[in-house]
Design a protein around this ligand. Structure first.
Ligand SMILES: C[S@@+](CC[C@H](N)C(=O)[O-])C[C@H]1O[C@@H](n2cnc3c(N)ncnc32)[C@H](O)[C@@H]1O
Length: 236
């Protein structure tokens, strides 16, 4: 028997790079009906070009969209932008897609996949106006470090996918992880932190970047300090 034949039928190697990505489960809502707003990526997910309808000014990706609060707000305030939410946990992706379907908006979609791999092998060079990563799992144990989104190898992946002048937006309550992101992205020759952009999107209001997210809401209630960074892609 070959090694692939010995794998259980549900095993998807895309979801196990560096370890299992998601331990989340959700009590299933019986009325979940994501319709065509949910795509299960499986072992061979479609590309960004295949997923995004023609005619949008900007294509953006949110990695780890969770229950979809940001995706819902962003698709409302930016109707000319197409936003793909990539979520490792199928139950969360289905919940977010159901809300998106109920909104009637067509400028967003949920994909069940590994966001880092998707950026690497399903996105064209300079295809994206922005990548959003909010409250990524910090995986504090050393043996789990490979599961983090922000490892040094993610910088060239982001630099390839984001167009000149485009942005990586990041938010987290975790001081150590935020410090790591600030150091790694701050040292990257292809990006520069842009505090004017951080102020601009915060003034523009919810759905432009950073906010709202479900984890943000929870952590604000707990009085935690939240760090929010925007990194601009230098011209190639
Ligand atoms: C802490 S939650 C934050 C969810 C949401 N961004 C928020 O702020 O409410 C992190 C989410 O990222 C997802 N996730 C973790 N690694 C991922 C990856 N490589 N690709 C896609 N989703 C991922 C998890 O399943 C989880 O839903």
């Amino acid at each position: 028997m070959s090694s692939s034949e010995s794998l259980p039928p549900t095993h998807n190697p895309r979801m196990h790079q560096g370890g299992k990505l998601s331990f989340r489960s959700r009590v299933q809502d019986l009325d979940d009906d994501p319709g065509d707003r949910l795509v299960i990526g499986g072992k061979n997910p479609p590309t960004m070009l295949e997923l995004a309808p023609a005619g949008y000014d900007d294509l953006e990706i949110e990695v780890g969209s969770g229950k979809g609060a940001f995706l819902l707000a962003a698709t409302e305030v930016k109707p000319d932008t197409f936003l793909l939410g990539i979520e490792a946990a199928t139950g969360y992706a289905s919940l977010a897609a159901t809300k998106l379907k109920q909104s009637g908006r067509r400028n967003g979609l949920l994909l069940v996949d590994n966001g880092k791999l998707f950026l690497q092998d399903r996105v064209d060079e300079a295809q994206l106006a922005a990548v959003h990563v909010y409250f990524p799992d910090p995986w504090p144990k050393r043996r789990h470090a490979g599961r983090r989104f922000f490892t040094p190898d993610v910088v060239p992946v982001l630099a390839r996918a984001i167009r000149d002048g485009g942005f990586l937006y990041f938010a987290s309550d975790n001081a150590a992880y935020s410090g790591q992101v600030a150091r790694v992205m701050g040292a990257a020759v292809d990006f520069v932190r842009d505090e004017q952009e951080e102020a601009r999107v915060r003034a523009a209001g919810q759905g432009h970047a950073f906010s709202p997210t479900n984890f943000e809401r929870k952590y604000l209630e707990q009085g935690r300090v939240i760090r929010r960074y925007a990194f601009r892609r230098h011209p190639r």
